[in-house]
Write a protein that binds this ligand. Sequence first.
Ligand SMILES: CC1=[NH+][C@H]2[C@@H](O1)O[C@H](CO)[C@@H](O)[C@@H]2O
Length: 496
Amino acid sequence: SDTRRVENIVPVPVETEVTGAGYEITDETAIYVGDTSATGVGKYLADFLRTPTGYELPIVEQPPRGAAGGISLRLTGASDEVGEEGYRLQVNPSGVTIRANAPAGLFAGVQTLRQLLPPAVEADSARAADWTVPGVQIRDYPRFAHRGAHLDVARHFFEVDDVKQYIDYLAQYKANHLHLHLTDDQGWRIEIESWPKLTEIGGSTEVGGGEGGFYTQDEYREIVEYAQERFVTVVPEVDMPGHTNAALASYAELNCDGEREDLYTGTQVGFSSLCIDKEITYEFVDDVIREVAELTPGPYIHIGGDEAHVITDEEYNYFMERAIDIVRDHGKRPLGWHQILGPDPDADVIPQYWYPGNEAPEVAEAAQKGNEIIASPASHAYLDMKYHEDTELGLDWAGLTSVKEAYDWDPGTFIEGVDESSIMGPETALWSETLETLDDIEFMLFPRFPAIAELGWSPDTKTDDWESFRERLATQGPRWDIQDINYYESSQLPWA
Ligand SMILES: CC1=[NH+][C@H]2[C@@H](O1)O[C@H](CO)[C@@H](O)[C@@H]2O
């Protein structure tokens, strides 16, 4: 077995120790799920391993016996320090044992086991390979609770299967929140039964004038369920009061002048707003939030709040206070881009910091008051930024973001005056003005997303060394080749 794989895990675990002889997965191997709540992870692992190995890998309730050995998923024996998402992974000749305090921890351990096996494990057909897991003891748990990735499905619409693939990429690198940017000037992508024209009209196009599209409520439920099976929480965003041209083009009554806007297929920002003075606006917001909340098992709803350039601060604050209350009325916790802090909101509101710089007095002030913050600085975490000036895809308003720039920052200390204890974690943003296909998404996501996923998971004592990280990250390349991921072969990495 290749013990080098133990040194190249991304995100790097808290503690790894090579212990000697490993365990070979064979056609005798069984997967033991001692506790029924481990069965879901057992099925995920079995589905994952059966394809490349061609082995039956039965899921059994009883511990594997003797030499046949096996892979045990146990919800006992993990210490409290690994929390709900951490795990202990032990490998010796009699088998693999993953211990955790909750299924999410078992799932994280399975992602590590995946990287302890050769890249052939990523194949979508049976391969002859040495399915030996090196002998290790690993103790691991996440630094931040919120390890997110945002996807803009409004500027360009992406089908359910593309979103599922995106969720698989998040899970592969232990991220646990998917922020879906569902509405914007160019498109409304989530069916709202009480306002059907939002998708009939607002979902009918996209940047560049293409056919757009939208998720029916059942399709959205399918995305949420797929994410839940991978311990990913979906955070839906309905951007307001700005970035609302698609809604204003769908319903005349939402406009102050009673006239529908034209559909918009460009890429400007800041020109639209709901009509702050009309009561119907707040009925609209209530209906939308109610329906989205009913579809969302997660605790959060993101209400945007960015770039409301055509209304006054007073109008913005008035609107935001009412919108925040509506989110709470429907049992959810409000998130917003950090401008949401304008109207001096309560401590339960979560600002998502997005400016390129690290000076943010209103964010530092909120942190002092107890608000928790998601770190998405556009200078490091906006994966729609070009890698370099010749990158075809992407934008450059926040500068160019090489793989090194994506990695070389600390989400815990980046924002001036904000203590790590106020940071929920990093979240990457992927805006789709220039992205139309899954290939385009993959090109911007890889290799930079795994870099930020490591910042979200691994201890800060192990994520401050770009030189060692670039070596580890490069060893992921053969996996991405087999996964047929359209990644950018950055010259900053020592590819094999
Ligand atoms: C929060 C935020 N609002 C703007 C800004 O980020 O830049 C994005 C492009 O990078 C753009 O798509 C988005 O509408």
